[in-house]
Design a protein around this ligand. Structure first.
Ligand code: FAD
Length: 480
């Protein structure tokens, strides 16, 4: 009789879960566990919004396991200690998990593998199509530019289409015997993990989301049937549902990127996809590029990849400006709309993420790390790899970054991508009655109309602050 442990981490699903598939095949009894580890950068150190999502995702996973006659157990504490206790309490002889790729988790997992070597831990790739060490340049170094990364990944997939083969949900997930289950003194209930905050803001945050594996699968099908066909254009329009909204599902591993590409391709080759479908496939691979950067340049969690930016002169005394940005009270409509969407829903449209990030870094001259931290706390899809890459990309200090001197003009961005002002009116109701001509620049309204609107004046002058940023950049441009 063999008893195993299946350690769920960033893979909260039963379908296409390689660790679960192997464990279900090889063990007669399986202890499925999720550990809330305070040192875990991937999950537990993420912010309040992500922990709310996690609570619901674990609820869904527990229900799915119960349908299969199994159970999901929960524990809290440093993973190694918890696993050692569980092994001694359950008598498990094997252990399985899917790999994570942030630097702290990699080190922790290595040490757990050594400590538990008697159980011959088996680890798998459940999070990515290509692991960070797989898609490299011909000299073995990592890509720093996305286009060649994508080309190499697409070529590899062309040669190896089986990589997109997905695994079915195991027909049978062996349950733990009652005797072994009763010995699990290290386990607590999901509620005892206290993932939900005391205040009830989270209920309205999740009202338009469906959490969990089944919801993720349904969302993939919905998106691939409709919006993907107009994705090239639709993905830039924040007022529309033009993107997949799969990011939190992908972050928590409720669905695998393999499954998404598999369903997108439907037996076709990548080269047979339409332009919009190809653009979407490229976005799925952007996420993998972010994981590659995090793995090969782990310092980029809080340091710029471009060392010149260590000497960048940021503004001083920025607390009030940061607070106004966080609350969506900068006086720049599209920035405020984005920040309020984030606060209310735990998500923000990609185009608007770039606009609000550029405004914080370049117009307010506040270090990108402050924005990255706010996003980390407020996003339901907060992801160390994609978040750090997104912020460094916007700041101009990361891999394949937008050049620093390309400073988004939030008024022009608004007029181009939110032409009618619908997005702004939805999230900034103070401007609901403002005409299209002024909705992205209410400061140009005549004084009388302006005085009847309770909306702040812009925090900074867009033109002057742009000049100030360019001057700061010029100071570091020629340095090393
Ligand atoms: P879609 O457009 O439908 O794309 C499908 C999937 O591709 C996404 O779910 C995501 O997994 C991936 N993807 C798309 N664009 C990107 C991108 N630029 N970088 C990496 N992956 C991408 N994404 C996160 O998942 N977590 C984050 O914490 C995060 N922080 C960001 C911070 C900034 C400053 C910026 C500019 C971008 C950030 N992104 C982050 C990337 C992107 O904004 C989101 O992935 C996207 O908005 C999610 O919406 P969607 O699922 O509808 O995307």
């Amino acid at each position: 009789m063999s008893r195993g442990i299946l350690w769920f981490r960033q893979d909260l699903r039963l379908r296409d879960n390689p660790a679960l598939a192997a464990a279900s095949k090889e063990c007669d009894e399986l202890l499925c566990v999720f550990i809330d580890d305070p040192q875990d950068q991937t999950i537990s150190q993420l912010g309040a919004a992500s922990r709310v999502w996690l609570h619901h995702s674990l609820t869904a996973l527990q229900a799915s396991l119960r349908k299969k006659g199994s159970e999901l157990y929960f524990a809290q504490g440093p993973s190694q200690e918890v696993l050692e206790e569980l092994i001694s309490q359950s008598g498990a002889q094997r252990i399985y998990w899917n790999r994570c790729y942030d630097p702290v988790t990699i080190e922790r997992d290595k040490s757990i593998k050594t400590a538990l070597s008697d159980l011959q831990p088996r680890t798998f790739n459940g999070l990515l199509i290509h692991e960070p060490w797989e898609n490299l340049k011909s000299d073995g170094s990592p890509y720093r530019v996305y286009t060649p990364y994508w080309r190499a990944a697409a070529t590899a997939l062309g040669k190896e289409p089986d990589r997109l083969q997905t695994l079915n949900m195991p027909r049978n997930i062996p349950a733990l015997s009652d005797v072994a289950a009763q010995a699990l003194a290290a386990c607590v209930s999901l509620e005892q993990l206290e993932l939900l905050p005391c205040r009830d803001w989270h209920e309205s945050m999740l009202k338009d989301w469906q959490v969990g594996e089944d919801a993720a699968q349904a969302q993939v099908e919905r998106f691939l049937k409709s919006a993907v066909h107009g994705y090239d254009e639709g993905r830039n329009l924040p007022a529309e549902q033009g993107t997949s909204r799969l990011s939190p599902h992908l972050h928590f591993g409720e669905v695998s990127p393999r499954h998404i590409l598999n369903r997108l391709l439907l037996e076709r080759r990548l080269s047979a996809l339409s332009e919009s479908e190809t653009t979407f496939a490229k976005e799925i691979l952007w996420r993998e590029f972010a994981y590659s950067l995090l793995f090969h340049f782990p310092q980029t969690i809080d340091e710029p990849l471009d060392p010149r930016f260590r000497k960048f002169e940021w503004a001083e005394q920025t607390d009030e400006h940061l607070r106004r940005w966080q609350r969506g009270m900068t006086g720049v409509p599209i920035v405020d709309a984005g920040m309020r969407e984030l606060y209310a829903t735990g998500w923000m449209h990609n185009r608007v993420r770039m606009i609000v990030a550029s405004y914080l870094i370049k117009n307010l001259l506040i270090p990108w790390q402050a924005g990255e931290q706010w996003f980390r706390d407020k996003l339901v899809d907060a992801d160390l790899a994609s978040n750090c890459m997104g912020w460094q990309w916007t700041a101009g200090c990361g891999a394949d970054a937008a050049p620093f001197f390309r400073i988004f003009n939030p008024v022009l961005q608004g007029e181009k991508f939110d032409k009618q002002g619908d997005y702004v009116r939805r999230w900034v109701p103070e401007l609901a009655e403002v005409a299209k001509k002024y909705v992205h620049k209410p400061w140009e309204l005549d004084a009388q109309t302006r005085s009847g609107i309770d909306y702040p004046e812009p925090l900074v002058d867009l033109k002057q602050s742009r000049e100030r940023a360019l001057t700061s950049f010029t100071a570091i441009k020629g340095t090393k």
